[in-house]
Design a protein around this ligand. Sequence first.
Ligand SMILES: Cc1ncc(C[n+]2csc(CCOP(=O)(O)OP(=O)(O)O)c2C)c(N)n1
Ligand code: SF4
Ligand SMILES: [Mg+2]
Length: 298
Amino acid sequence: MAKHESIKAVPTAKDFRGSVSPDWCPGCGDFGVLRALEMACAKLGRENHDYLTIGGIGCSSNLPGYINTYGMHTLHGRTLPIATGAKLGNHDLTVIVTGGDGDGYGIGGNHFVHTMRRNVDLLYVVMNNQIYGLTIGQASPTSRMGMKTKSTPFGNVEAPLNPVAMAIIAGATYVARGFSGDTRHITELMYQGMEHKGFALVDIFSPCITFNKDNTFPFFKQRVKKLEEIGHDPSDMQAAIEQGMVWGDEIPVGLFYQDTSRAPLDELEPVLGEGGPIAHRELGITKEQGDAIIKRMM
Ligand SMILES: Cc1ncc(C[n+]2csc(CCOP(=O)(O)OP(=O)(O)O)c2C)c(N)n1
Ligand code: SF4
Ligand SMILES: [Mg+2]
């Protein structure tokens, strides 16, 4: 069965625009990510109810409230286990997780590693602004050494983690990076990430114009270099890690790594093999038994 067999109509990006306007600071990089995600969903061609968008806590994690799909606003750092449960509960859904560098690489770091190891079929979009935006400007796991923030007034003494290299090593089967100033490029990266069967990370430089005065739009505009233009082969794991380690006057963006040989978790789980998504199956218990369980849990 084709991955997206339930396609019925061809929606436009406008169909994915939510009814609530984002309360992000005017000029925040997250606006570009939201617009690109709307376009990527339209390009994939599924209907609104075929998508579930899940966020944690943070400016970036508020995105599910602004896009017209099913959505969940969950706990700080806990999006990935919730997304895993949702995907296994209804593996016909296109599951998208959105969040920040603090949410995903800090408090949620353990889940990040294990969700990639399991190759859960979802798109994970991290708006990496190298700062805690919502809590007004503390250092995050991707803040550079020496960076002055509210929590590091004398300069950050911790080394940043490298999400791209980490994702490749941990078992993600689609690893990409983009810049929110290039909406067309990130639309394509996110679209391909949803098409991919398995865990797809799209780490996006999404400047926090209010609290990060180092990693700004001009900073990235001057440095980003598309991997497509330098002839990188995304099936070459070693080359992908090497490119992932590059950080300087040029910073690579694009598709670093893709492995299409590994099946995603939902295809390997025997219980899901026959009978369609669990969410659509009969419960196999009587109404009385169901009522008793609900009563006990209330
Ligand atoms: C368990 C828990 N710890 C801490 C917080 C406080 N908190 C809320 S958002 C956040 C960090 C947000 O940073 P990031 O994920 O990078 O998102 P951004 O706002 O930068 O988009 C923190 C520490 C919380 N809400 N819950
Ligand atoms: S604080 Fe930073 S990340 Fe949050 S909305 Fe404002 S610019 Fe964006
Ligand atoms: Mg952040």
